[in-house]
Design a protein around this ligand. Structure first.
Ligand SMILES: [Zn+2]
Length: 282
């Protein structure tokens, strides 16, 4: 009996909704909304116009491959900056792409962070990345009332030697390779990466705690606006070689970050067509 009553109510609601939609939308819009419904007169008229568009008098021979390929997203030049030069903001470093001559590489224009940015370990960063990060920290304050923290920025080759060996002593080589870059393979040595936390959650650069915070979620959604990329996303370990690091952000500039955001490509490897780098070559 209850079921029967429900059926009656549902049918009645459907009738009401249909009547309202027809009155509000009118038959033409309704057909457009329905999509598969009978085309309204103007739509079919438009459709009949399209095929009669004047054929090109001198038809250019379009290559079959060009017409078969999906339209290339116009306007983005993937070769604008180098992905091989460690001085470039598009430089791609991963387990198969070490920093050339890493033991002697120091990025250009390293600067101290401004005093209003919490920087408990006194890290530096490249000047262009630092300015973008300061803007991002201000925006986090304004938009979610959160104070972000610059936890770990530029690490020189010697520091990375020490950090990696610390992890090797704790976890062995295989374990260390999952969490810490070998010397010469760290994005932190480019001066373009920052591990970012916040002042209130108590999360660290360990585990997934930060991904559940307002700050972590805001950064994941908004970092691109300031030219930053969440470099080691969840479920991309096979591509990046690193487990999910919700705190690690890499400056790549607003143009590239926005393009990746808009196209839904999450990693630099995939965007630039580079091979996945799940592990070191040897
Ligand atoms: Zn990091």
């Amino acid at each position: 009996m209850v079921a029967a009553s429900l059926v009656v109510i549902v049918v009645a609601l459907l009738v009401i909704v249909t009547v309202v939609v027809v009155k509000v939308a009118g038959p033409k819009e309704l057909a457009a909304v329905a999509g598969t419904g009978a085309p309204s007169a103007p739509a079919s008229a438009a459709a009949s116009v399209q095929p009669t568009a004047p054929p090109s008098p001198t038809p250019t021979v379009a290559p079959a491959s060009a017409s078969a390929a999906p339209p290339a997203p116009a306007g983005f030049d993937k070769t604008k900056y180098s992905i091989d030069d460690p001085n470039s903001i598009w430089f791609v470093v991963n387990k198969l792409r070490p920093i050339p001559d890493a033991a002697n590489f120091v990025p250009p224009n390293l600067v101290d962070l401004p005093p209003d940015i919490p920087n408990p370990n006194g890290y530096q960063m490249r000047g262009d990345a630092e300015q973008a990060m300061a803007t991002m920290f201000d925006a986090a304050k304004a938009e979610i009332n959160t104070q972000l923290v610059a936890q770990s920025g530029y690490r020189d080759y010697g520091v990375q030697v020490d950090a990696y060996h610390t992890y090797v002593n704790l976890d062995g080589v295989a374990g260390a390779d999952q969490t810490s870059a070998r010397p010469g393979y760290s994005e932190h040595q480019t001066g373009l990466a920052m591990d970012i936390l916040d002042t209130t959650s108590g999360c660290s650069t360990d585990g997934l705690c930060f991904s559940k915070t307002n700050a972590g979620q805001w950064l994941a959604a908004n970092a691109y606006r300031f030219g930053f990329l969440l470099r080691y996303p969840a479920d991309k370990t096979a591509v990046t070689g690193y487990e999910y690091e919700p705190w690690h952000f890499r400056y790549i500039g607003v143009d590239l970050a926005t393009e990746m955001h808009n196209t839904g490509v999450e990693t630099l490897e995939e965007f630039f067509g580079l091979p996945p780098a799940p592990d070191y070559a040897g």
